[in-house]
Design a protein around this ligand. Structure first.
Ligand SMILES: [Mg+2]
Length: 234
């Protein structure tokens, strides 16, 4: 039996949300004359939620939503120079070097000797491709899927396309909403590795899932032992 282990990328293999948080804070300081940090933050989250269907996930959508929020909270008074600074902050995020989470490369190298590894990430196609290239991890995965949304239908399609039985599929990721719940729904197994912060639009309740199908650990280095627990005979 061959097991496929699929990994989420952002906040599972490399830092992501912390960079957005730092950038949001910098822009908050820039826009402090128009709105306090909390008010701007609420406005940004509302705007991002509204725009998700139009812009999808990723830095470009974030940047546009930030500009929209700046115009709203300033009631149109935000200056061209300030908008330019928001654009620059977005570009800096896009060009930011990849910082792998601890033990990612070693763990993937070791897992790839015994299992088929995939990457399933959502976000902006162009940016995610460049990050995968920058990460130097690309060759460890037999397939990389960059998807616009991670719902049960997305996972069903991927399993079908690669002729993978859901019983032989394990998804590893930091997001309960994107990496865990939809995979459990299609009959796969999951390993949840929480990241230090969760984007508000990714927050979801896990409840108390069957430990035979869903495990939680604190480092990617524990994935091998959790997989062995799922499949004692492999
Ligand atoms: Mg993630």
């Amino acid at each position: 039996m061959s097991i496929t282990i699929a990994f989420d990328a952002d906040d599972t293999l490399w830092h992501n949300e912390t960079l957005f948080a730092v950038t949001s804070e910098q822009i908050g300081t820039l826009l402090a004359p128009y709105a306090d940090a909390e008010n701007l933050h609420r406005r940004l989250i509302d705007t991002e939620r509204r725009n998700l269907k139009l812009f999808g996930y990723g830095v470009k959508g974030f940047t546009l939503s930030m500009i929209e929020s700046a115009i709203e909270v300033s009631e149109g008074r935000v200056s061209a120079r300030e908008i330019q600074e928001i654009l620059e902050a977005g570009k800096k995020l896009l060009a930011h070097p990849i910082e792998l989470l601890p033990q990612v490369r070693e763990s993937l190298e070791s897992l790839s000797k015994h299992h088929n590894l995939m990457m399933i990430t959502k976000g902006d196609l162009f940016h995610q491709e460049s990050r995968i290239a920058m990460s130097g991890l690309g060759e460890l995965f037999s397939a990389v899927e960059i998807v616009s949304e991670k719902n049960p239908e997305t996972y069903r399609k991927i399993l079908h396309r690669y002729h993978i039985d859901a019983e032989d599929f394990v998804m590893v990721g930091n997001s309960v909403k994107s990496d865990i719940l939809p995979v459990l729904e299609v009959g796969g197994r999951t390993i949840h590795i929480p990241y230090e912060i969760t984007w508000e639009l990714e927050v979801a309740e896990l409840g108390s899932p069957d430990p035979a199908r869903c495990r939680r650990c604190h480092s990617i280095s524990q994935v091998a032992e959790e997989v062995a627990r799922f499949y004692p005979s492999v």
